[in-house]
Design a protein. Structure first.
Length: 345
């Protein structure tokens, strides 16, 4: 009797259903049980695979995308990689406006996926014509047969996680989750998951992670945009110098701010203690978890899920580079020191 071959039709069928992995060593002195939703297990190595596929397929369903069209997006790297991957399979051209804060690894990966990349200065205002927001808008206006995904202001960003990541976490914890800790950039991940979880149990606490130099935490607390909060910071894919409409601030219970240096060291610590090679933003999420634990937020009966958004391979020239860490002054106030490779001659 003939047996069917066990095979996926293409890489897009691997998106989602990422594992929930218990954190052990880093949380052994914490109250409660802690689990990481490890989004690096997506084929594009980040949570952004989910929104890329969802938004593009919805555009196809609405008839505004046809093969040969061009997809344009602003990205710190991960969304761009995911869009490029989906574009390859579905037959679209891909143009990406990228922040200069993105690591060289991310930019090289985008080029390797066939995307046309525009690298834009990071430390300019959102309405500056050189910003990656404005460059993407200009390209969209100039190129016929193009769509601009605009993840920061696209409700489908939130929708993707409402339909996938949220239900996955609920099912994986068998409804026992008490707290969600997730970084907020565009806000789609945290808002979409939060919407689903709070529909199941309104008592689930949603704790957002923001960066120093970003406006999100203060806006959440005051509903006022304060540009005085804005200054350069190094963490990618976290925080914003504008207010994304993809963020539903009413679903987030509170924000915690984290620093560049501590987040970088925590990312390295995750790799060395849990064996999970995760990115800079995952370090930020874990750093927030540490700070919340120090505040006494968690009880011994709590079940806490922290979202690790991407893979460490995207940061080899940054947080996993001793030279970069030294250049930032990140070894100055920590017991960890730059390690040198020894060559045997």
């Amino acid at each position: 009797m003939r047996k069917d071959i066990q095979v996926f039709d293409n890489v897009l069928q691997l998106i989602g259903k990422t594992p929930l992995i218990k954190l052990n060593k880093m949380t052994e002195d914490f109250k409660g049980d802690f689990y990481a939703k490890v989004e690096a297990f997506n084929p594009g190595h980040s949570s952004k695979d989910r929104i890329a596929l969802h938004i593009i397929e919805e555009a196809e369903r609405r008839g505004i995308l046809t093969p040969g069209d061009t997809i344009i997006e602003t990205t710190s790297g991960n969304t761009g990689f995911s869009i490029a991957m989906v574009s390859i399979i579905k037959g679209y051209k891909c143009i990406l406006a990228v922040s200069s804060k993105s690591s060289a690894d991310k930019i090289d990966m985008l080029k390797s996926m066939g995307a046309q990349v525009y690298v834009c200065p990071a430390n300019v205002s959102a309405d500056d014509p050189r910003s990656y927001y404005q460059v993407a808008k200009r390209l969209h206006n100039e190129i016929k047969g193009s769509i601009y995904i605009n993840q920061y202001f696209n409700e489908l960003n939130l929708d993707a996680h409402y339909h996938t990541t949220g239900p996955e976490i609920w099912e994986q914890t068998e409804g026992q989750i008490t707290h969600l800790v997730a970084c907020s950039g565009t806000g789609g991940t945290i808002s979409g998951i939060a919407k689903y979880l709070k529909e199941q149990n309104p008592n689930v606490q949603v704790l957002g992670v923001d960066a120093y130099g970003s406006v999100l935490k203060k806006y959440h607390e005051t509903r006022e945009f304060d540009e005085k909060e804005i200054y350069p910071y190094r963490i990618e894919g976290l925080g914003k110098n504008l207010i994304p409409t993809a963020t539903d601030f009413d679903l987030i219970d509170r924000f915690v701010k984290v620093k560049d240096e501590e987040s970088a060291h925590t990312a390295r610590e995750i790799s060395r203690t849990e064996g999970l090679f995760v990115g800079y933003t995952s370090g930020a999420a874990m750093q927030a978890l540490k700070q919340l634990n120090e505040e006494g937020v968690f009880k011994s009966t709590d079940k806490v899920v922290v979202v690790f958004p991407d893979h460490g391979s995207r940061y080899m020239s940054k947080v996993y580079s001793d030279q970069w860490m030294e250049a930032q002054g990140f070894f100055d106030r920590h017991t960890e020191t730059a390690e040198k490779i020894q060559y045997v001659k």
